[in-house]
Write a protein that binds this ligand. Sequence first.
Ligand SMILES: [Zn+2]
Length: 102
Amino acid sequence: MGMNSVADLVQDSAITHLATPANFRHGQEIADTNGVTFTEFSPFRVAAHVSGPATQPRNTLLESTDAGLHWQCSCSNNKALFCKHLVATALQINRRASHHHS
Ligand SMILES: [Zn+2]
């Protein structure tokens, strides 16, 4: 079996396990106000610029690796934290994947 794509690893159900309820809610608000701009989008690596009324501008990175999902956000050095910016990025990946135009 091949590696999962980032989109496979960040389905909504997975995000709710990774993020706290509060960060999930805040991330949803960011995604709903079109706060996520992808700067890189490939099956195994997605980078984005995240901004909006409720957040300072941040950069996020989501990667599919042999060890599973790897993530990073410029808001924190805490590697375990799946913050609202990562939630927003992941939700936007799902939205993009669910209406893919050619
Ligand atoms: Zn963040």
